[in-house]
Design a protein around this ligand. Structure first.
Ligand code: NA7
Length: 540
C-alpha cells in the first residue's frame, strides 16, 4: 500500500525513522506498508543492516541461536530464508537484513549515507524538525529511533594516541578490507568483540598482543553449520518458538532445568556443567542450574568450573592465571561466547598483556607503553566497546518541549517508561531505548514496534496529537530497573566496568541503563499498557 495520508500539521512526513537495522526496517514496514503512513528513513550506513552493517570485524557472529534471531511477523520471511550457521555470522545476518529490506521493498523509504545530527520539537506546531549531516531538514509528526543499544563507540582516551604511526581500527566500524597478513597487531579489549576477533586475527597476523584489563568468563560458542533437519525444524515450528521465547526472561529458547547447583553433589554438578559447556554459549547459563542467576554461592560453583576449564586449556600456568576471572560473579559482565579463544593463548604468536596492574600510559610512534614495558605494532585494534544504550541518543542534539536537551535530562542516568518514551519529548518514540530489556533483542524489537504502531493508530483514531511518558511512570520504571539489577549478578558489575551500568565509559554517570526484570515481564508490561489505553503515558 502506498502512503495515503497527507502528513498532519504541514509536516513533510508522518514519521521519520532513524536507523535501518532490525528496528528501523520493521517499523518502516509497519507504518508504511501496513498503515499507509508516509515514512522517511535515515541511515548512516550505505545500506540496511544496523549493527550488522558496522560490525564487520573478523569473527563477528551472534550469540543468539539462528532460530530466535529473525523476524516472525511475516511467514514469507520464514519460508524464504534459512541461516547456515547455528550462530549466524555477521555476513549472514547482514545478508538477511538486506533480504528483508528487498522483500518488503523498504529501501526506497530510506536515505542512506546520511546521519541524523539533530531533532528539535516545535510545541506550537507539534512537529519535529530532523536535520542530517548532509544538510537536509525534514519535518515530521513522529520521530522513531531504531538506533541500537551498542552503536556509539567507546574509545579510551590514550595519551598521545595520534603519535602512533601505524594503522588504527575500531572493531565496531571495521572497514571493508583490512590486510593483517604478516603484521604485528595490538588488540585492546577482551569483551564479546575482542574474544571473537583474537582467534581470527591470530591466524593471519605475525603476532598479536592482547591488552586485557578485566578477565572475562568466556563460554565456548560451539558454533557449527546447521543440518537440513535443524533448518527444517526451525521453520516448521517458528510460531511455537516465537511464543516460547516471549515467555523467557532473556527471550531465548531455553527451558529452566529445575535444578539448583547447591542442591546436588559435586559430581552431579560437574556433570551438569560439562553438558552445558558442550552445548555451548548461553546454554551454560540458562540450562544448567536455575540458582546461578540469583544465588552468589551457586554462581561461584559455575565460576569455579570455568576457572578449571581455563587451567585445562591454557598450557602456560602464568597466562592461565592472568586469564582467570575472580572477584565478580558470572553474569555481572555480559559473558561472551567464543571459538578457540582460550586455545589462542597456546599459539606462539599470541601474548597476553595484563594491564590491570600495569596500565597503558601512552601511545608511542610505534605502539603502546605501559608502566613497565613498551610494545611495538603495525596495527592497533580497539575492541573497547560502546557508550551503550544512551550514547547513540546523546550523539544527536535532541531537544523536546521548551528546548529541553535530552542529554541534560539524562545526565544522572536515563529515564524512560518501558524504553519507549520519555517525558517532555512528545512523539519521540524509541524502539528498545534505554531501560528496555537486556535480552535477545529481535523479538523484543518486534513487540516494541507493534506497540508503537498500535499507539500511533490509537492517536489517529481518537483525534489525539501527542504521546509521551508521564513523569511518574518513568521515575517508577527507572527505580524498578535499578532495584531488579541490584538483586542480580548484573547489578554487581560496577567494579568491573560493565556497560550495563554505564561504568565502562570515562566520565559517564553510573546508572543502570537496561532492564533485567525479563523480556517476558517487559512484554507483559507493554501489552498491559496498550490494553489499558496506554497507561503510564500522557496522550493529548
Ligand atoms: P565490552 O563488552 O564493553 O568490552 C570492552 C572491552 O574493552 C573490555 O575488555 C574492556 O575492559 C576493554 N576496555 C574498555 N575500555 C578500556 C580501556 N580504557 N583500557 C583498556 N581496556 C578497555 O564491548 P564489546 O564490544 O566486546 O561487546 C559489547 C557487546 O556487544 C556485548 O556485550 C554483546 O552484547 C555484543 P574492562 O572489562 O572494562 O576492564
Amino acid at each position: 500500500m502506498n502512503a495515503t495520508n497527507v502528513a498532519r500539521h504541514g509536516a513533510d512526513v508522518d514519521a521519520v525513522v532513524v536507523g535501518a537495522g532490525f528496528s528501523g526496517l520493521y517499523m518502516t514496514h509497519k507504518l508504511r506498508n501496513e498503515m499507509g503512513l508516509s515514512v522517511r528513513g535515515i541511515e548512516a550506513g550505505s545500506g540496511p543492516g544496523g549493527v550488522w552493517y558496522w560490525n564487520r570485524y573478523p569473527g563477528a557472529h551472534t550469540d543468539s541461536l539462528h532460530s530466535i534471531y529473525r523476524f516472525t511477523f511475516d511467514p514469507a520471511l520464514i519460508e524464504e530464508w534459512s541461516f547456515d550457521k547455528r550462530y549466524p555470522s555477521q555476513q549472514e545476518v547482514h545478508r538477511y537484513l538486506e533480504f528483508v529490506a528487498d522483500r518488503l521493498d523498504l529501501r526506497r523509504s530510506f536515505t542512506f549515507n546520511s546521519r541524523v545530527v539533530s531533532m528539535h520539537y516545535d510545541e506550537d506546531r507539534t512537529v519535529w524538525t530532523v536535520t542530517t549531516d548532509t544538510g537536509e531538514t525534514i519535518t515530521s509528526t513522529y520521530v522513531i529511533t531504531g538506533i541500537g543499544l551498542l552503536t556509539a563507540p567507546n574509545l579510551p582516551s590514550i595519551k598521545n594516541l595520534d603519535s602512533f604511526q601505524g594503522e588504527r581500527y575500531f572493531a565496531g566500524k571495521w572497514p571493508e578490507k583490512v590486510d593483517l597478513a604478516g603484521k604485528r597487531v595490538g588488540l585492546i579489549g577482551t569483551g564479546s568483540t575482542g574474544i571473537q576477533i583474537l582467534p581470527m586475527v591470530a591466524e593471519e597476523a605475525a603476532h598479536v598482543s592482547v591488552f586485557q584489563r578485566t578477565p572475562n568468563y568466556v563460554l565456548p560458542a560451539q558454533n557449527r553449520p546447521l543440518t537440513q533437519d535443524e533448518k527444517d525444524e526451525a521453520r516448521a515450528h517458528y510460531r511455537e518458538i516465537a511464543q516460547h521465547i516471549r515467555q523467557h526472561p532473556f527471550a531465548m529458547r531455553f527451558t529452566p532445568s529445575g535444578l539448583n547447583a547447591l542442591d546436588v553433589d559435586a559430581a552431579t554438578r560437574k556433570a551438569v556443567y560439562e553438558e552445558g559447556w558442550k552445548k555451548g554459549g548461553f546454554y551454560f547459563m540458562f540450562e544448567t542450574f536455575d540458582d546461578i542467576q540469583i544465588n552468589e554461592a551457586a554462581n561461584e560453583t559455575a565460576c569455579e568450573f570455568i576457572r578449571e576449564k581455563i587451567r585445562e586449556i591454557v598450557k602456560d600456568p602464568e597466562t592461565a592465571e592472568k586469564l582467570t576471572p575472580r572477584g565478580y560473579p558470572l553474569g555481572a559482565k555480559r559473558p561472551p561466547a567464543g571459538t578457540n579463544y582460550y586455545e589462542s593463548f597456546n599459539r606462539e604468536n599470541v601474548t597476553l598483556v595484563d594491564i590491570s596492574n600495569d596500565p597503558i600510559v601512552e601511545a608511542t610512534r610505534d605502539g603502546l607503553r605501559t608502566e613497565s614495558a613498551e610494545f611495538d605494532f603495525d596495527v592497533l585494534i580497539f575492541a573497547t566497546g560502546f557508550d551503550a544504550s544512551t550514547g547513540a541518543f546523546i550523539d544527536i542534539d535532541i531537544r523536546g518541549r521548551d528546548g529541553m536537551s535530552l542529554s541534560e535530562k539524562w545526565e544522572n542516568g536515563p529515564l524512560t517508561n518501558l524504553g519507549l518514551s520519555t517525558a517532555g519529548f512528545p512523539n519521540l518514540l524509541m524502539i528498545t531505548g534505554p531501560l528496555a530489556p537486556f535480552a535477545n533483542l529481535v523479538p523484543v524489537i518486534e513487540e516494541a514496534v507493534d506497540w508503537i504502531a498500535a499507539c500511533i493508530a490509537h492517536l489517529r483514531k481518537n483525534g489525539l496529537t501527542t504521546i509521551e511518558s508521564s513523569e511518574a511512570a518513568e521515575q517508577a520504571w527507572a527505580q524498578h530497573a535499578t532495584d531488579i539489577a541490584n538483586m542480580l549478578a548484573a547489578g554487581k558489575g560496577e567494579s568491573v566496568h560493565t556497560w550495563f551500568a554505564g561504568a565502562n565509559v570515562d566520565g559517564k554517570t553510573h546508572a543502570i541503563n537496561v532492564y533485567f526484570g525479563g523480556a517476558n515481564a517487559y512484554i507483559d508490561a507493554i501489552h498491559s499498557s496498550a490494553e489499558n489505553d496506554f497507561d503510564g503515558f500522557v496522550l493529548k
